[in-house]
Design a protein around this ligand. Sequence first.
Ligand code: FAD
Length: 632
Amino acid sequence: MSQLARRDFLNGVALTVGGVLLSPRAALGLQADDPASVYPPALTGMRGSHDGSFEVAHTLRDGSFWATASSPIDTGERYDLVVVGAGISGLAAAWYFRRGGGPSARILILDNHDDFGGHARRNEFKVGGRTLITYGGTFAVDSPAPYSAVASALLADLGVDVSRWGQMFERNLYAGLGMSAAVFFDRETFGIDRLVRAPAAVLERGASSGTGQADPLAMFLAAAPLSDQAKRDVGRLIKARTDYLPGLDDGAKKARLARVSYAEFLVKLAGCDSGVLPFFQARPHALYGLGIDAVSALDAWGLGLPGFAGMQLEPAAAPGMGLDARPGPRSPFLHFPDGNATIARLLVRQLMPHAVPGRSGDDMVLAALDYARLDEPGPVRLRLNSTVVRARHASKPTEVEIDYVRSGRLERVRARSCVLACWSGMIPYLCPELSRAQREALAYATKVPIVQTSVLLRRWSSFHALGLSHAHCPGSFHTSVGLDLPVHVGRYQPTRRPEESIIVQMTRTPCRPGLSSREQHRAGRTELLTMTFATFESNVRDQLTRMLGAGGFDAARDIRAITVNRWPHGYTYQYNSLWDPFWISGAPLPCVAARQPFGRIAIANADAAAYAYTDAAIDQAYRAVGEVLKRL
Ligand SMILES: Cc1cc2nc3c(=O)[nH]c(=O)nc-3n(C[C@H](O)[C@H](O)[C@H](O)COP(=O)(O)OP(=O)(O)OC[C@H]3O[C@@H](n4cnc5c(N)ncnc54)[C@H](O)[C@@H]3O)c2cc1C
């Protein structure tokens, strides 16, 4: 805990406002009978994979669940389809099945969380009479490759117009207030706390440095707390055009770069001082959940990190290139205030219109969902807080039995078909009848842990005073900190004045440099599952104070609420040329063996494509539903 005067937080909400002790809901201006009290997006504190969502699954993993389980209570319910997992893939599977099977098709969707959308999670905060909305996971429609025809058509059917971004985004708001990017150097890693404004050449993909009299790169390096040699090396990497693999052709260079980490490239090939490593260490965190020790130099080139300008690499993908780093056209970009939770909500509205008011994509942003109606009797039902523990073909070969735990009770439903749209790593525990080879292939899909922390600030004048809109923090607890993007949609308007409340987004990707990629992810997951909300809270307060104190930031006064979106099972694992030999050699991929249908059970989820994006979740749902419809 820092030396700050500590205010009391309960479930993420500051309890003292103006020196008066308040209940969490009163602190947010909520009335006693306010429906937000049972409205999951408005809950603060430890969210994401919240307490209560994973314990049953962990006893299943540990082999103790069935030893103490009683017989399932048969609910007597029969469905045409049961979907396990209410993420984008599960919701899309229900949507495709209904389209294929007709409006009377009976569908049940089960999820272990108290909210739907999977990683596409929404966070809401109430400040006075105003609602501020942000994302707790999936940020945007934004994929390194173009959306497939299938995924594009689904978005169009939902009324999502991906060409609108230019009209929704107030691009010049922060720049117009003199605010831009910075790097925060922390004293534990760099010897001193220092916030340094960063020119585009330092943080942006492929940007070149200025060469005018007031060279912004030179100014940045002069202020950066790095050794003189490290400064010279960073400057050289960004500016010089050296070929560090002379004499090799394009293919041979890329083959070599795929087999060395970016950290090795910097020191061994580019001859940099090891003092540059902490500066670059966290640059791939946001996409890979790993640092430069575990990401290849080939991927670093694809991500636009410096050092490759003189290597004359053809802008074409090569064997072993990470999916995030592939050159070539990307999907369109579109960010709703709650990220892709809007897509999840639009899917739910089409499946269960009684639970979601409104008609247009625009009114969805402020639509008040009635969670109590999601599981009402009807053709499509969504049952939350329900962890599936088994999916198996029943004594009748035309039926699948699905057992799940809800409120401590083991319940059973039956269905003519089942789509497992949950995480691949969970499926071997749900379907032990699968072949060993398929179970091993499924288990290969280690999830990437990540935390998206939403912090409600009373005002952002400290950011304004320091000219800061977002910062990369290579050695800090959260390696990225930024003001929420100013986006307007429908009746929702963003915060525009520094005196107003705003949401700050902070990202942490726990990993353990030195281990292999999947071991790092496992270590990060263990860390997240044991770390308390109090630890997150104290780190948020400490980090923001050290970054923004010179701008007048006062944690006790300025932080109003914190929502930690903890995702121990976060991104889908994407193959990595340093650790997955088959990814370079072109040998069969585990995800293909893993997603094969099993009788009337098919497998969806982004994990089935080993591609951590929303379009993969949709594409895999489409394929899986095609498989069960064919079988039916
Ligand atoms: C922090 C973060 C940011 C991201 N940003 C982007 C982005 O900007 N753009 C993008 O395209 N993608 C992004 N992604 C990836 C994207 O969110 C996913 O690829 C996509 O949402 C996956 O959807 P899904 O339905 O396949 O899986 P999930 O969203 O993981 O949904 C699966 C659901 O199944 C549930 N489940 C698991 N086991 C069981 C069980 N036994 N019983 C019941 N339910 C179970 C899970 O709890 C979960 O709710 C991001 C992911 C994260 C974590």
